[in-house]
Every structure is written in structure tokens, then in C-alpha cells.
Design a protein around this ligand. Structure first.
Ligand SMILES: [Zn+2]
Length: 245
């Protein structure tokens, strides 16, 4: 069966194959994005049934073959039950997983993406946090982790930093101050709180990302920026996005 290797990670998706097996896509700290077969995972009483479904997080022992991995066993630390028991949360979770899969590759360090996915799923399971806020924060930080986020700290007109910004332009890939906003292409006007939220989303430690709230108006503005950021960075339609509210 090959050598056994242990990885820490999360199942992004799980697909039934053959009569009793599953094929899972795993986002791992050690190996990046990999896929693995779970033989017999759909047989009654298989120990692999519960540990090979989407969103479980933990340590996976894998047989390493020449061209594929096979799951030996797993020690799950988090099942995200509050996500999978709510259909809306499942849709959001699938969308987050699809975006992570878009960016992840085998052999690259995916530690930050795993942490981000983890805190976003945790946030989804808290009724006090609006799901749209969870989504917008996830989108912007994910694009930032992958080095494609617009500049939220410099005016794209006068190039000054640490000033008051009033608008965002995806076309120009950044923010504008009051003096320069007339040069912005398709500006989205932003409240001060929204600008602060954008800067926080880029710089906060990942585990502290979901500790703020926004007014409805600011959430709307944040959503327009997040949508622009995603459209500017991701050149593929996310199938699961159609299911979101
Ligand atoms: Zn300016």
C-alpha cells in the first residue's frame, strides 16, 4: 500500500465513487491540495464514513501511492455539526471550499487558507454573525492571502498613505481620497467604518477576523467591494455561488 504519511487538514469535498468508496479533496498544511480515496467508506459501520465528509477537520493518516493517496484512518478534531445541519450554512461552506480549491495547489503551503476556512465555518455556526458578513470577510482575506488584493492603504490618485479614503475602484485596484475621487473609475463610495473594516480584514490575525459588526449600510458597501475584489481576482464562475442568498 505504500508509506503512511500524516497530514493535518480539512475535507473540501467528498464524492461517491464505485459501489462503496469515496474520493475526497483535502486541503492540508503539509502537502497543499490533494485528493485521496477512502475505500469502503460507504459500507455500513465503516470507520471512514464520518471522517470523509465535507468540512471535517483533523489529522489524516494516508497511504502514499505512486500517483494517489488512500485514507488509512483519521482523528477528527472538528466536525462542524452546526454548519452541516443548516442548509444555508452548507451552501456557504461549499462556496468557501470551492474558492479555497480554486487557489490551492498540491505542494504549496495552505496553512493560512485552512485557518481562514476554519474560522469562517466557525463564524457561520454563530447566529449572531450575519452570513453575508462571514462571506465578504472570507472573500477579501482569501484573495489577500493569495497576493491579489487591492491596496486599501494608499490613495490610487495622490499615492498618499494613512489618509481619509472615501471610495473604492476595482478597475483602479484600490481606494481614493476626497481630493482624488473624481479620477476614480466606477467608484463605490464608502463610509469611514467600511474603510476601517477593509483594513482590518487584511491585517487582523486570522483568528480575530470575526470579531466586529457593521451597520446594514456598511455591510452593503463591504459587499460591493468584496464582489469587485472577487471578480477582479477569480477568473472562474463558482458553481456554489448561485445557491447563496
Ligand atoms: Zn488622493
Amino acid at each position: 500500500m505504500g508509506d503512511v504519511t500524516e497530514v493535518t487538514g480539512m475535507v473540501l469535498s467528498s464524492m461517491n465513487v464505485c459501489e462503496y468508496d469515496r474520493r475526497i479533496v483535502l486541503l492540508t498544511k503539509e502537502r497543499g491540495l490533494i485528493s485521496a480515496f477512502a475505500k469502503g467508506a460507504r459500507k455500513p459501520n465503516s470507520p471512514l464514513t464520518g471522517v470523509t465528509r465535507a468540512f471535517v477537520f483533523g489529522k489524516f493518516q494516508l497511504y502514499e501511492g505512486r500517483s494517489s493517496y488512500t485514507v488509512k484512518q483519521a482523528n477528527i478534531q472538528e466536525y462542524f455539526e452546526n454548519v452541516i445541519c443548516d442548509l444555508d450554512n452548507v451552501y456557504y461552506g461549499c462556496y468557501f471550499a470551492e474558492l479555497a480549491e480554486y487557489y490551492a495547489r498540491e505542494g504549496i503551503d495552505c496553512g493560512d487558507m485552512i485557518n481562514l476556512l476554519y474560522v469562517a465555518l466557525k463564524a457561520l455556526s454563530k447566529a449572531s454573525i450575519p452570513k453575508r458578513l462571514v462571506r465578504f470577510v472570507y472573500e477579501i482575506r482569501l484573495v489577500s492571502i493569495n497576493g491579489e488584493c487591492p491596496d486599501f492603504f494608499t490613495c490610487q490618485g495622490c499615492q498618499k498613505e494613512k489618509i481619509k479614503f472615501c471610495a473604492f475602484s476595482e478597475t483602479m485596484h484600490g481606494l481614493y481620497c476626497n481630493d482624488c475621487v473624481e479620477y476614480a473609475v466606477n467608484p463605490v463610495y464608502l463610509s469611514e467604518s467600511t474603510v476601517y473594516a477593509l483594513q482590518y480584514i487584511i491585517t487582523a490575525p486570522i483568528e480575530r477576523l470575526y470579531t466586529f459588526t457593521l451597520s446594514d449600510q456598511c455591510l452593503e458597501e463591504l459587499g460591493r467591494v468584496a464582489s469587485g475584489v472577487i471578480q477582479g481576482a477569480v477568473d472562474k464562475e463558482m458553481k456554489s455561488a448561485q445557491m447563496l442568498l
